[in-house]
Design a binder for this molecule. Sequence first.
Ligand code: NAD
Ligand code: TYD
Length: 341
Amino acid sequence: MKLLVTGGAGFIASNYIRYALSSHPDYQVINLDKLTYAGNLENLKDIESSDRYTFIKGDICDGKLLEGIEFDAVLNFAAESHVDRSILDARPFLQTNIFGTYNLLEAALQRKCTFLQVSTDEVYGSVEKDFFNEISPLQPNSPYAASKASSDLLVRSYIETHNLKAMITRCSNNYGPYQFPEKLIPLVILNAINKKPIPVYGDGMNVRDWIYVIDHCKAIDAVLHKGTPGEVYNIGARNEKPNIDIIKLIINKTAEILNLDNVGLMDLITFVDDRKGHDRRYAIDPAKIERQLDWTPETNFEEGISRTIKWYISNEQWWQRILSGNYMQYYNEQYGERLKN
Ligand code: NAD
Ligand code: TYD
């Protein structure tokens, strides 16, 4: 089996590639990644010399390039993935997330192969109570979520129109090793380690449903191997938490691991102006994948967060390189004025 994994140099797909190579010793993996600001080949340093792994630097929007790649199944992780950036500039989101998905659908159709679209719970929008299931209406609120919902609808149309063997997964917020520091959990860990203000949007009571990245990877693998073509599978760990609780938990754990005073670190918490259109609550009902594909998450939150904090503490070179590059320009643009007020 030859898997084409797109966006393999990013957070979730690099974890997936490592998982797939170790759990399927007869599989080949081709990683197609454009290496945007979020793509980092250091995420795959330990497996880059494997003879079952190939890296291609390229854009999923490049149809000609796709024509020349042979594969049996495609897992589409490649995306512009950060809500705040989609508020600053939506264009690359529409290009990669929609047009890129269309190109991959065409490539999969020509080869009559399996297509797995890695999507997000954010396509369902925000919910006050209850949980999103697979037939909840799509009500995306950010340009990021709208671009992902659009690509999900394109996938649906290829299933209905062309009988493409495609499946969609919609997962809740991930955390774990190799996550780019623009996202909440690594940002809080790094700012706590570096004693920088920790920006909390609005009242800090927005709720997200968190899952350890390896549990997400295992769920994707279960869908690839046991999923029914044409189906959507929600993935979540039944682990809803308000942002402020997560931030305090990370501060306490970081203080414990580094033997620091947690009161000092708590003082770093800084409430800032809210994100525009900020979704109040995401909550996934994962009953379908649990029941039909016999998947359940294995990592509880406390354990996953400790493991993640320890990973960032032991991999300073990895994040120092990011903090010394272009990322700080985005960081200053995003937080500079807000942290001053
Ligand atoms: P990420 O931003 O860390 O990585 C995205 C990767 O895609 C990068 O390596 C980047 O270089 C690559 N890429 C971007 N545009 C490309 C293009 N045009 N062609 C080829 N490669 C391109 O993202 P992530 O957080 O790992 O998310 C991966 C996928 O999972 C995304 O589709 C995202 O929507 C989805 N998802 C993420 C989460 C989460 O919490 N992070 C939750 C649910 C679903
Ligand atoms: P994020 O990691 O960007 O994921 P998403 O917006 O896709 O859920 O943000 C998670 C939550 O944390 C979200 O409610 C916004 C909030 N947040 C902050 O309060 N401060 C921050 O600096 C960031 C990046 C996010």
